[in-house]
Design a protein around this ligand. Structure first.
Ligand code: 6GU
Length: 227
């Protein structure tokens, strides 16, 4: 996957890139590149946003600035870009990110993420340049950067070879393998700590029974969510 992030804070993504599973993805030939849309602005003084027409609080990212940044990177009219590449705007009111959406994005060869700040994007950016609007939850962050990292984190770990064991990403909470249910509980050594014992079935060496117990636990957690 070739992931491009457009942001006012490209240096934040240097930290993101240093994470182990992201490093693994990069070593496999995937890319995560951050572009500063301030560096492409056609405006004097590096301006990227402006006050909203009609008045009100905050600043709005300008459509001309976003167009210049996308044109510089892709050498084409951003209006046609979204017909052959997912161009995602991170917006609090967008489609909620879940495991199914992450799996869908992991199937893309190329991905563009646009991070807004302040009051967000000029509506014409969303209308004409963007194929998807994604939110990571119903609350407002100061900018889309952390949301972009959340999206990339969950997408990159699904790519083959990125986790130590590819099966880690198959049978986990909310996955298709568990029919969308939360994952079953895990235990490791010591088998006994204080008076807390590991469930006997996990020590039985009986694979089929372990499987059966895990499915049942997973289903139970789906019915009774954790407090
Ligand atoms: Cl994608 N962006 C911002 N600014 N806030 C958010 C969000 C995104 N998702 C939840 N809150």
């Amino acid at each position: 996957m070739k992931a491009d992030v457009f942001t006012l804070f490209p240096q934040w993504f240097e930290w993101f890139r240093s994470q182990r599973h992201v490093q693994n993805a990069l070593a496999l030939g995937h890319t995560v590149d951050a572009f500063d849309f301030r560096s492409a602005t056609p405006l004097k003084w590096g301006q990227v946003d402006d006050t909203p027409f009609g008045g009100g609080a905050g600043m709005v990212l300008r459509v001309d600035v976003m167009e210049a940044a996308l044109r510089e990177r892709y050498g084409e009219d951003p209006v046609s870009l979204r017909s052959h590449r997912r161009v995602v705007a991170l917006t609090p009111a967008g489609r909620l990110l879940d495991d199914a959406l992450a799996t869908e994005l992991a199937g893309e060869e190329e991905l563009t993420l646009l991070c807004g700040r302040y009051e967000g994007f000029d509506e014409r950016i969303l209308e004409h340049f963007v194929s998807d609007q994604i939110s990571i939850g119903r609350y407002v962050l100061a900018g889309g950067e952390l949301a972009a990292m959340v999206v990339l984190d969950t997408v990159l770990r699904k790519l083959p070879g990125v986790l130590g064991d590819d099966l880690s990403a198959v049978e986990e909470s909310f996955s298709q393998a568990l029919e969308g249910a939360p994952e079953y509980p895990h235990y490791t050594r010591p088998a006994q700590w204080r008076d807390w014992a590991v469930p006997d079935v996990l020590l039985s060496g009986h694979h089929a029974r372990v499987e059966e117990w895990r499915r049942a636990q997973s289903r139970l957690r789906a019915q009774r969510p954790l407090p």
